[in-house]
Every structure is written in C-alpha cells, then in structure tokens.
Write a protein that binds this ligand. Structure first.
Ligand code: ADP
Ligand code: ZN
Length: 621
C-alpha cells in the first residue's frame, strides 16, 4: 500500500538540524585549537627556548640566577641577563623531563645559590585547560539552546529527534483522479480544494473563508492516500506526507518539533498539500478515557497551533486520513481545522469494476477475462485488495509462462488475496474432512433452500493459510442497501447452518463454528438493539451508536434490566434460527449427504453444481 513512499524519499528534508549540530561541533573544535595556540604563543613568546643541555651547562658553570618550575618546563634567567635592566631581560626555557623530582632539583639549585621561584609547582597550562573546557561547554550549550529554541523546544533530544523525521515530499505525484476509480462523492468534495490550490487569490479576493483541511475517513486500503495524492496531482502542487505514528516518539517534545518542521518546510514551497496518514495516532482524544500521554498531547497541541497559525491564503491544504474518526479529539474537528469530513467508502459493484479496470489498464488480458464477474465475486474487497489481486494474477501468468492474464489467474489470485493461499499439504484426517464438508454444505444448503436461488459461487474444503478449513463464497446478486427482517433471518439461519449440520450428522459440535457463531450473535444483537426487530423491546434502541461511518461501535445505553432482556432476546432469536435450520436440514438429509459426498470427492464445487443437486428432485416431481 505504501510501496511508493520510499522512492520519493527526500533525505535532505529532515536534515537541517543535524547539519547545524555538526557545524557547531566543528566551530567548537576550531575555537579550542585557536585558544590553545594563542595561549602557547603568549606563553612562549616571552621566553627563548633552549636545550636541556644548555640549561645543565648553565647550572654546572654556576651562571644561573633564577629558576622557575612550571608544569612541563623550566624557565630560567642567567646571571648575565639578570644584570640587565628588567625591561631588557631575556628569559629562557627548556622542557622538564617527566619524572623529575622537582623538589630535589630545587634543593640542589638553592644550595648552589640560585633563586628558585615560589611558583614551583604552579601549573599554568592547567589554567589554560580549564579555560578551554569552560569555553568549549559554553559554546556547545549556548549553541544548543539557540538551536532548540529555533526548532521549538524539547531540549537537546529535540534536535536528535528532528533529524530522523520520516517526512516525504514529492514535487509531482503524477497521480490524477483518473487513477482513482469510483469515489465520485469524495472526488467532488475535493474538487473545490483543487480549485483553491490553483488559484488561492480568487478566494482571497472575495474574502471567502479558505479551507484549511479535510479529513478522509474510511477503512484501510480504500484509497485515502491515493486520493490525497491525486488532489496534489490535479492541482499540480508538491505533496508532503507523514504518518501520524511518526510523530509519536519516546521523547517528549520530539513530536511537536516534527510538526513545526513539517509546516515550516511546507510554507517554503506553498501552495502544497500536507498529508497526515493515521492522524488518530496523534489526534486521539485527550480524554483520560483513552489513556493520557503527555507527548501525544503536546504534539496534538502543536498541530492545532500550526493549523490555526498558517495563512491559508498562501495555499497550504492539510489533508488527514483515519479509519477511526470517533476517537479524534473534538478540537481537531472544530471549524477552521478539519471541519470537512470526506467519507471514502468501500467500493460497490460498479466501484470494484472500475478499480479492476484501472489496475488492468497496463496488463495484457486474454479474451476470456470477465471483470464484471470478478467484481461480483469480490463484494467487500477494498481497492488495495483488488490492486493486489490483479498483480498476483499477472505474476501467476508469468510463472506459468503465458503471455496474458486469463480468468483463471484472476480467480485463483482472488482466493490467494481474499482467503489466503491454498495449503494443499495441510493434512486433515478423513473424519475432519467429512466434518468440514458437512459443515460447509450445511451453510450452503440452508441458504439455497431459503433463497430459492444460487446463494454461493463456490464451496471448498481445501484448507487455507488464513486458518479457515473450508469456506463458502457467497454471491450477492445485487448490491443491497436495505435488508428486510426476513432476509436477515435467512442470513442468521445460513450462519448457524454449519453447526446444525454437525449436530445432525455427527451428533457433536466442533470448534470450526466459532466464527459463524460470533457473526450470528453480532447480527442478532444489531437486529434487536438497532433495527427494532424484536417484540420484547419493540422500537426502543437500547444502544447509542457513536459514529455513523464504518462498522460502528454501539454502546449499551439502558438499564441493567433492559440489557438482560436484550441478552435473552438475542439468545431466543438465535435459538429459533438454529432449530429452524436444523429442521430444514433434517428434512433434506438425503440432499445434504449427496452434496457432502460430492464435495468430499471433488474438494471444491461451484454454485452451479450445487444448484444442479437441489433442482434435480424438484424437476422430477
Ligand atoms: P488507504 O490510504 O486508504 O489505506 P491507499 O490509498 O494506500 O489506501 O491504497 C492502497 C492502494 O490500493 C493504492 O495504491 C491503489 O493501488 C489501490 N487503490 C485503493 N483504492 C483505489 C481506487 N479507488 N482506485 C484505484 N486504486 C485504488
Ligand atoms: Zn461455518
């Protein structure tokens, strides 16, 4: 999904602070060297260097007048020089061999009548050294604090963190709305932003309030990033992208400085688009309910500040993506910030067909490819799944040495992508196989008998890596926006049909039905608590739904008593559906056996084959 990102990485973007850091270091070192040499110069310029033997000669000849021991050298005055007026005196120095016992030497010299200076162990270079360090730290800290103040606080770590910001900038995304299939409503909402980026002055002239940001809301893989890129592409402006999770680091203050950095970079090249993926990572509500976090709060505050702060007449538009708008902090959604929410839905039949067309544009397809059929079979798949599917199909065609992709490639890849890859080598015992076969046929047969039409495209007992031992692929003939209570009950019966078959045939229950039971329970609960489909509660909805988008979370909002009633009603509904499914399968036991046996032999049967079994006895009557 993010494969484009790395290609567009501009390593230079986040590096400025690091350069400053090294620059500072170089300056410090240079200063130290200069200070050192100046001191050495000052120290040595007053004296003339001599060799140690010259000094010893003076000592032997008794021509020494005065001697002074320093840290690493001996400074001395000869009698000849000492006789001169003070201003014309010339002192000499020589290195002091390490390990010299200066006290003993001083004693010897003194007894020979030489004045030994009091500064005998006073250490002039230590002073130099201390001074050097003081200056060094002074420069380092002074520079650092200047640097961090410039970048927005956060201490020294701020500069370290900022240098690693994973921000990507694309001068041109090269993506246009043509590359985004479907999503017409989203495109329409974004059209205005594009117009604005083309011509910010037009809006400013009228005094229209300019949009600062929009929030793209939708499940993963529905094309939010793609849409944002397309907006940049259509408006022909640079595209900055960063993920919300990149802001959140261990060190307090790093996130905030990254936010500041991002907006600073963007301001330089405006008009442009800033895209923040997974904004929920930073934009999570500051309520304690979701766990407080200082770093995240600080980052969010900085983000809010930047959004309020930038001058939108310059043409910066901030797009953000999330699949959990309900956990976002309310402050982010206030007018003037991300007040526009653009829903990016999972594609419907037409949308899936268009997406498949977009992704097969550059792929050689053989004659037998029927994208319409594939689109029908992929209900629930998002754009990313479909893109992946097409690519897998192309890879399969290459593996098999063909020139073009055929329908089989597409169907097989569909299974790979949607249901995991076939694991032919996973061995099921014969009993297990029989159980799986009956379970799957149980689902399919209930559905077929209830709907009086072909309910599935395929039933298989070939295990998949996803963990499903077998599965039944349902085929919605038409896109449904409304469902009647009868249809929902049929769905419930179909879901529990697997377990019903297990009980009828083997008199036992298996773990394979766990997922069915969960789905059935969720559906039954929704029917009772949200759709007003139970007698006991009538039209009362004992839950409040927190957000309308996506598969919404509902929270119970009623008395304990009502909650208990809900549970009882769910149980009752499921029990009723289960016993009806069981009755239905018992009445059609022969059919069940027949189809299950066939499935056991062939491992995979199609919807048409299933219908042939069911319609046979009907025709005979
Ligand atoms: P999101 O940001 O919503 O998680 P992406 O934008 O990263 O999803 O989508 C991932 C990939 O899926 C895209 O690069 C594209 O190939 C494909 N895709 C998703 N939606 C569409 C669409 N509507 N039309 C064409 N391709 C799509
Ligand atoms: Zn099942």
């Amino acid at each position: 999904m993010e494969q484009n990102r790395n290609d567009n990485k501009k390593p230079g973007d986040g590096n400025k602070p690091r350069i400053s850091f090294w620059f500072l270091l170089v300056i410090t070192v240079a200063l130290i060297l200069i200070i050192n040499s100046v001191f050495n110069f000052a120290k040595n310029s007053q004296f003339t260097q001599t060799t140690l033997s010259q000094f010893l000669e003076h000592q032997e000849n008794g021509t020494l007048a005065e001697v002074e021991f320093r840290y690493d050298r001996i400074v001395y005055l000869t009698k000849e020089e000492a006789a001169k007026p003070a201003s014309q005196q010339k002192a000499f120095y020589t290195g002091l061999p390490s390990g010299t016992d200066t006290y003993a030497l001083a004693e010897t010299l003194r007894s020979a009548g030489v004045t030994v200076n009091k500064q005998i162990v006073e250490d002039n270079s230590t002073v130099t050294m201390i001074l050097t360090y003081v200056i060094m730290f002074g420069v380092l800290f002074g520079g650092m604090s200047m640097l961090t103040r410039k970048m927005g606080g956060g201490g020294i770590m701020g500069s370290v963190g900022a240098s690693r910001a994973k921000m990507y900038m694309e001068k041109q995304t090269g993506v246009t709305f043509q590359d985004v299939a479907g999503q017409d409503e989203a495109k329409e909402s974004l059209q205005e932003i594009i117009d604005f980026l083309h011509n910010p002055q037009k809006y400013a002239a009228i005094g229209a309030k300019l949009p600062k940001g929009a929030l793209l809301v939708g499940s993963p893989g529905t094309g939010k990033t793609l849409l944002a890129k397309a907006v940049a592409g259509e408006a022909n402006v640079p595209f900055f992208s960063i993920s919300g999770s990149d802001f959140v680091e261990m060190f307090v203050g790093v996130g905030a400085s990254r936010v500041r950095d991002l907006f600073q970079q963007a301001a330089k090249v405006a008009p442009c688009i800033i895209f923040i993926d997974e904004i929920d990572a930073v934009g999570r509500s500051r309520d304690a309910r979701y766990g407080g976090n200082t770093e995240q709060e600080q980052t969010l505050n900085q983000l809010l500040g930047e959004i309020d702060g930038f001058d939108s007449s310059k043409g910066i538009v901030c797009l953000a993506a999330t699949n959990r708008p309900e956990i976002l902090d309310k402050a982010l959604l206030r007018p003037g910030r991300f007040d526009r929410q653009i829903v990016v839905d999972k594609p419907n039949l037409q949308g899936r067909l268009d997406t498949l067309k977009v992704h097969t544009r550059k792929i050689k397809l053989s004659e037998d490819v029927d994208l319409q059929k594939l689109a029908q079979a992929t209900a629930g798949a998002v754009g990313a799944d479909l893109a992946n599917l097409v690519n897998e199909a192309a890879l399969r065609a290459v593996r098999q040495g063909r020139q073009a992709v055929n329908q089989e490639d597409l169907l097989v890849s569909f299974e790979t992508v949607i249901a995991g890859t076939e694991k032919k080598n996973t061995v099921l015992t014969d009993t297990e196989k029989r159980m799986v076969a009956y379970h799957e046929v149980g689902h399919a047969l209930v559905a077929a008998l209830e709907k009086h039409s072909q309910p599935v495209t395929k039933i298989t007992i070939v295990p998949h890596t996803s963990g499903a031992l077998g599965y039944t692929m349902h085929m919605p003939e038409e896109e449904k926006y409304l469902q009647t209570s009868q249809e929902l009950i049929t769905e419930l019966k179909t879901l529990v049909g697997g377990r019903a078959a297990e009980e009828i045939v083997f008199g036992t229950q298996t773990t394979g039905a766990a997922n069915d039971i969960q789905r059935a329970t969720a559906l039954a609960r929704n029917m009772i608590t949200q759709y007003g489909m139970s007698e006991a509660l009538g039209l009362m909805a004992p839950v409040s739904v927190q957000h309308q988008y996506l598969e919404g979370n509902a929270y119970l909002d009623c008395s304990q008593e009502t909650a208990a009633t809900v549970d009882r009603e769910v149980q009752k509904l499921l029990g009723k559906c289960f016993s009806e499914a069981k009755t239905l399968l018992t009445e059609n036991r022969e059919l069940l056996d027949e189809i299950a046996l066939h499935l056991l032999n062939k491992e995979t049967i199609t919807g048409d084959e299933l219908m042939a079994f069911i319609q046979k006895p009907a025709e005979e009557v």
